[in-house]
Write a new protein. Structure first.
Lengths: 308, 250
């Protein structure tokens, strides 16, 4: 459905996206994950034709986005990261004119505006201006817009950023509903649980390059970690004690912060020795053993350093 | 069946006109305020002390200039601010580029059509009270229509170019002053361009507003002036479409 080959974008000397290639199959939900400035939004903007690639090719449903933008745009729509809201139009008018822009005639545009308002549970706010809505309602409005012509492909650029948990869960329900309708979705997000729950496949981008591509479970296997053990200790460990813990067979990574040590284990056979050693050295207040999450994979691949 | 390009242009027109209609009283007042003070202070007040050659009053001399000036200001100011807001504040142009199956030149065509309509609305706002209070005021309506269309296209294009290229809102106000202020005072609204030294006159005559004012004052259907205004408008439209497309992509 979507083919991207050798996509690059340079702004002067700054290489934002470098030789990215991937494809998205019909009905698939692909998550684009990456730290701030990794090139996710630039990739989405290139997919829509807003940003012209420095090199590479994008085809959507067989149409080249640069050579046949009109045909390609009929197949996709976007819920952008920034809410673009008109200061003088209420949200019913906003949806009507958006439908008109997308090519619907007046009566169909009116009908679809009402239907999508209802779908987004915004009917009672129809006469309000977009700026009078809460963050969650604005996001639902952007989703409603993206669905106004019911396109087969949707680009959702950080649809839940900055929302409270209730609004975020409501949007997850909407996205799950769209997945059920076999829409092809590209979702960019900072929330790993969101990607893990909603995406069939995840691509992790860092510094403009793809560093991992696979289903959430494949990516977790890629880490080579069976489980992650987190211990809250009674006393902090000295550097030599930490080295001792790291040398326990089966421990393949150790991270220490806020009085906790977190260890990546190759298998569970190392558990006994770790617990005994930690009890002897500092005493254990709390113990937690879990499967590695997508967030662990993400941090493993992109590092823990701040990106600004 | 309407061709896709025409219906795409009409969508932009429909949206712009809908927005304009929502604030029509505000726009009508905005259209009238400056011409009203020009007519009152300069036309009636200062004009009573000016002796014009022949029988024409100074107010009668000035009115065609004010009328054309109205068209310039309405089109330029409306579109420079509207496009700037759409691009830099509302994010509408970004959305248009990302999601609407509309070519940039089709969106520009919609803006130009809107420019012509709001120019005629400004002319109507000005002419209605003038006809009421100065029943003797005469003007060539075919010339007025053709020159209004030409000027509207030229200055809507200028507004579009400024709206898509200027980023800083302070610069937007500054550029507007540099565009409209010299046009108001130099293009023959208040005195005939013959009064300029020959070298300066050549420069002033290049500006389509000067030609439009002179053409409207001539009373008949001024073929040269209409052709000149339309030719410069055609160039401006092509330039605006090119600039719009160039600035819509990052």
């Amino acid at each position: 459905m979507i083919q991207i080959e050798g996509l690059s974008k340079h702004f002067g000397d700054h290489h934002v996206v470098e030789c990215v290639s991937f494809s998205v199959h019909s009905g698939e939900t692909l998550g684009l994950l990456g730290p701030n400035g990794a090139g996710k939004t630039t990739t989405i903007r290139m997919l829509t034709g807003l940003v012209r690639p420095s090199s590479g090719k994008i085809t959507v449903g067989g149409y080249d986005v640069l050579k046949n933008p009109i045909e390609a745009k009929r197949l996709f729509d976007i819920s952008p990261q920034e809410a673009s809201l008109h200061p003088h139009l209420n949200i019913a008018e906003d949806l009507y004119f958006y439908a008109r822009l997308r090519g619907l005639n007046r009566s169909d545009a009116r009908k679809r505006a009402q239907e999508t308002l209802r779908w987004a549970k915004l009917e009672e706010h129809a006469s309000k201006n977009g700026h009078q809505l809460s963050g969650g309602m604005q996001r639902r409005l952007l989703m409603a817009r993206a669905l106004i012509t019911d396109p087969p492909i949707l680009y959702l650029d950080e649809p839940t950023t900055g929302l409270d948990p209730q609004s975020r869960h409501a949007l997850w329900d909407y996205i799950s509903e769209l997945k059920g309708k076999k829409k092809t979705i590209i979702l960019t997000t900072h929330y790993m649980e969101e990607a893990e729950m909603l995406c069939d496949r995840v691509i992790i981008i860092d510094c403009g390059k793809i560093i991992a591509d696979g289903s959430p479970s494949e990516l977790k296997r890629l880490m080579g970690v069976d489980s992650i053990l987190t211990l809250r200790l009674r006393q902090s460990l000295s550097p030599s004690d930490l080295q001792l813990m790291q040398r326990v067979p089966g421990v393949i990574g150790l991270h220490c912060s806020n009085g906790c040590i977190s260890m990546q284990l190759r298998d569970k056979e190392a558990l006994d020795e770790i617990v005994v050693t930690a009890s002897r050295l500092a005493g254990i207040n709390e113990l937690n053993l879990k499967e590695p999450s997508l967030e662990d994979v993400f941090l493993h691949l992109t590092g823990r350093g701040l990106r600004e | 069946m309407i061709p896709r390009a025409v219906s795409a242009s009409l969508v932009t027109f429909e949206r712009e006109i809908y927005d304009y209609r929502k604030n029509i009283l505000f726009f009508a007042l905005r259209n009238l305020i400056q011409p009203f003070f020009f007519v009152l202070v300069i036309g009636v007040g200062l004009g009573s002390m000016v002796n014009m050659p022949g029988r024409q009053s100074y107010l009668g001399f000035m009115l065609p200039g004010i009328l054309m000036m109205c068209v310039v200001q309405v089109c330029y100011q409306h579109f420079s601010s509207e496009i700037w807001m759409s691009k830099n504040h509302e994010g509408y142009l970004e959305l248009l580029t990302m999601a609407a199956p509309i070519k940039p030149c089709e969106a520009v065509a919609g803006y130009l059509l809107t420019g012509i309509v709001i120019a005629f609305f400004a002319v109507l706002c000005f002419l209605a009270p003038i006809t009421l209070f100065l029943p003797g005021f005469q003007i060539s309506y075919p010339a007025l229509i053709l020159l209004t269309i030409g000027l509207a296209l030229f200055f809507t294009s200028a507004g579009i170019v400024v709206g898509v290229t200027v980023l800083d809102p302070h610069n937007l106000a500054t550029v507007s002053i540099f565009v409209t202020m010299p046009l108001t005072y130099l293009c023959g609204v208040f005195f005939p361009p013959e009064m300029y030294p020959p070298a300066a006159r050549v420069l002033i005559e290049i500006i389509p507003l000067t030609q439009a004012i002179e053409g409207l004052r001539s009373g008949a259907i001024p073929m040269f002036e209409i052709a000149y205004v339309w030719a410069t408008a055609a160039l401006a439209v092509v330039f605006a479409a090119w600039m719009f497309e160039r600035n819509m992509h990052l």
